[in-house]
Design a protein around this ligand. Structure first.
Ligand code: ATR
Length: 272
């Protein structure tokens, strides 16, 4: 049986084993997928051990995505741009190919599952950490009108905008500098994790604004609650992105694309 795993810290609540095992059942792939808790300084040790013992692919979650980037031998262009890696695949010659499927998962959830085109839209990204870096190239590939990155630490937003300027119209600002309405607003700050909300100007939301929180939980995220209160047209949480980034990794590993709609519905129903 082919072996796959997700590594992270913490890892206990990861839905990845469940998702990938359901994909495997659906596509009739003979594989096993487990979660591995790795000590904070232990990524390289675990990755060496895992691939030495025949592991074929690994998903990487917080806080090891930059470690995985360093550890890999070859990169997809989007992983190279992201400088963070959520998927490793062992190639036939034993070398490790690194990919980042987060952005593709986000874009697919927005454009396919929610049927929202990003072409020519004005997009606001909240945050300027690894989560934003990971999705910028796939978002820009949709040819939006512009992407504005707003962050608490303004120079991080400016730097990111500079790093991706060759791919489209991107700028970096502070939260206070953003007060025009946007078509799509994507929250990628880790503020949500602690139930906090960045100091956002309500005027960024119009009745046409779609809000997307990369986080998800058993109830609406603080950002999505706020967006609803401001009259946003639609709020979406990150469960769809989670399932789609997994499907994209599964495709890289196995060459077959699992269907996601049924699983997503099951996961949503279980939260109620
Ligand atoms: P990730 O990999 O999730 O992106 P990260 O690289 O640590 O994690 O980035 C976290 C992001 O959330 C950053 O943009 C951070 O803002 P700073 O760059 O100013 O640190 C943002 N963030 C975290 N807590 C926040 C808060 N309470 N309010 C606003 N932004 C916050």
């Amino acid at each position: 049986t082919d072996l796959y795993a997700v590594v992270g810290n913490p890892i206990g609540h990861s839905k990845s084993p469940r998702i990938h095992l359901e994909f495997a059942a659906e596509t009739k792939q003979d594989l096993f997928y487990k979660a591995i808790l790795v000590p904070l300084d232990g990524f390289d040790t675990e990755a060496k051990r895992f691939f030495k013992h025949g592991g074929l692919g690994m998903n990487i979650t917080v806080p090891f995505k930059e470690d995985a980037y360093r550890f890999a031998d070859e990169y997809t262009p989007r992983a190279q741009r992201a400088q963070a890696v959520n998927t490793l695949k062992r190639l036939d010659d034993g070398r490790l190919l690194a990919d980042n499927t987060d952005g593709a998962g986000l874009v697919r959830d927005i454009t396919v599952n929610n049927n929202i085109a990003l072409k020519d839209k004005r997009i606001l990204l909240l945050g300027a950490g690894g989560a934003v870096r990971g999705v910028l190239q796939p978002l820009l590939a949709e040819q939006p009108n512009c992407i504005v990155i707003a962050n608490r630490t303004v120079n991080k937003a400016e730097q990111l905008a500079e790093d991706f300027a060759d791919l489209g119209k991107v700028s970096g600002l502070g939260f206070a500098d953003v007060d025009e309405p946007f078509d799509v607003i994507i929250n990628a700050t880790s503020a949500s994790l602690s139930g906090e909300l960045p100091p956002l100007n309500p005027s960024i939301i119009s009745p046409e604004t779609v809000c997307y929180d990369m986080m998800y939980g058993n109830s609406a995220t603080v950002f999505n609650q706020w967006a609803t209160e401001q009259g946003a047209k639609l709020t979406i949480d990150g469960l769809g992105m989670l399932v789609e980034q997994a499907a994209e990794a599964f495709f890289l590993w196995r060459g077959v694309r699992p269907s996601t709609a049924h699983l997503m519905k099951t996961l949503r129903d279980e939260r109620r």
